[in-house]
Design a protein. Structure first.
Length: 93
């Protein structure tokens, strides 16, 4: 299992979340098994998102889609502020 963690500031969480919801089919078709959205208790303009994949290859491919089809098109990423920080995580023993 591989997690793609995405962290970024948002201008408005409700706007960002509505855009996130519009891409649910793309996530499912790309192999996202589950997702977790979290926000810092002291910063309502920041989001962390963990997307779970069965493989590293699927996670890398999905990040490419995000970079090319979502983040590069302002109309597809309303509410996004700044550049996302991404990390690939795997379970530690």
């Amino acid at each position: 299992m591989t997690t793609l963690r995405i962290e970024h500031p948002v201008t408005d969480f409700t706007t960002w979340h509505a855009a996130f919801d519009r891409f649910s089919e793309m996530r499912a078709q790309s192999g996202v098994l589950e997702h977790h959205i979290r926000r810092p208790v002291d910063d309502d303009r920041f989001v962390t998102l963990d997307l779970e994949f069965a493989s590293m290859a699927a996670a890398v491919a999905f990040l490419g889609l995000l970079m090319e089809r979502v983040w590069a098109v302002p109309a597809n990423s309303p509410g996004l502020a700044g550049s996302p920080i991404t990390r690939f995580l795997e379970p530690a023993s």
